[in-house]
Design a protein around this ligand. Structure first.
Ligand SMILES: [Zn+2]
Length: 297
């Protein structure tokens, strides 16, 4: 009984925190201002778009940069505390506006998880619940119900609707560039490992980050965006785990930008112009591996 009371008061405390936890709204406002400035300076090539409404009540905003027929995606900050990834996406938007990629249009979304970003928390809040956005997608080995968040559903709908071909999702930290499958399985190979390796190598020229299969190099994680994008659509999907910490100082942020912006550009330039055809998962899920998901990257 005493334990029940304790658990109950802990839950009330968490709810009280999340009620107030939309954090410092000026933080996301500053990201939107950055996008607005780029759009104002380069109106011919950088077009603002809204991904959709998030559970925070804010619109998730981004820029479409370039006008090529092949459409690609850079999305950061599924995890709200990983602000180093936000800064890389902002810098990438600036770089693409100065020099768009020929034949391609890149959608850049610097922050997916707005309430987490404003309050420097990994998870996103929805109806008083705290949800890990990068475990909120369907996948070949998931068990729970997906899309508890509006943000993840909006992104999933978007990549289908816009026919996204290459997709980079940015997180901190490891550092590494990782490719599918990153799920609970021993059968981690895809029919395209050679292409994923080439694209990863192109992405790490400046950073010298390690690259490889996500399950083998990081840990299995079911319900992530990077696996969803490849599994559901055949998008060429890479996970960038940038830098060495979740709390980089300004020098470390500058270094994240310096070593990752050229690699992200090369990844998109060199990605095939059509999605992968054989993107179904044909291996076996291994439920015993679920315990290996550390939920910290
Ligand atoms: Zn993360």
């Amino acid at each position: 009984m005493k334990i029940k009371v304790l658990v109950l008061s802990a839950l009330i405390a968490v709810n009280a925190v999340s009620g107030f936890a939309e954090g410092d709204a000026s933080k996301y406002e500053a990201v939107k201002d950055h996008l607005k400035k780029i759009a104002a300076e380069y109106p011919d090539r950088a077009k603002p778009f809204k991904l959709g409404l998030s559970d925070s009540g804010d619109y998730i905003e981004g820029l479409k940069i370039g006008d090529g027929p092949v459409r690609d995606l850079i999305v950061a900050t599924h995890h709200g505390n990983e602000y180093g990834s936000t800064e890389v996406a902002k810098a990438m938007a600036s770089s693409l506006a100065v020099d768009p990629i020929k034949g391609r249009a890149v959608y850049v979304i610097p922050v997916l998880n707005i309430s987490g970003y404003n309050s420097v928390r990994r998870n996103e809040t929805a109806a008083g619940r705290s949800v890990d956005p990068n475990r909120d997608y369907p996948g070949p080995c998931t068990t729970g119900s997906p899309f508890r968040l509006k943000s993840t559903k909006a992104l999933a709908d978007f990549i289908e609707k816009e026919n996204i071909v290459a997709s980079a999702t940015l997180h901190t930290y490891m550092p590494a560039v990782l490719y599918p499958w990153g799920i609970s399985t021993q059968d981690t190979a895809t029919p395209y490992d050679d292409i994923f390796i080439q694209l990863s190598q192109a992405a790490v020229v400046e950073s010298n980050y390690k690259y490889g299969n996500s399950t083998q190099m990081l840990y299995p994680a079911d319900g992530t965006f990077e696996d969803y994008a490849y599994w559901k659509t055949g998008a060429w999907s890479l996970l960038f785990e940038v830098g060495y910490t979740h709390s980089p100082n300004s020098d470390a942020v500058a270094e994240l930008v310096r070593v990752n912006v050229p690699g992200l550009r090369r990844f998109i330039e060199q990605s095939p112009r059509e999605r992968a055809e054989r993107h179904a998962f044909t291996g076996k899920c291994d439920r015993s591996m679920k315990a290996l998901d550390r939920h910290d990257e």
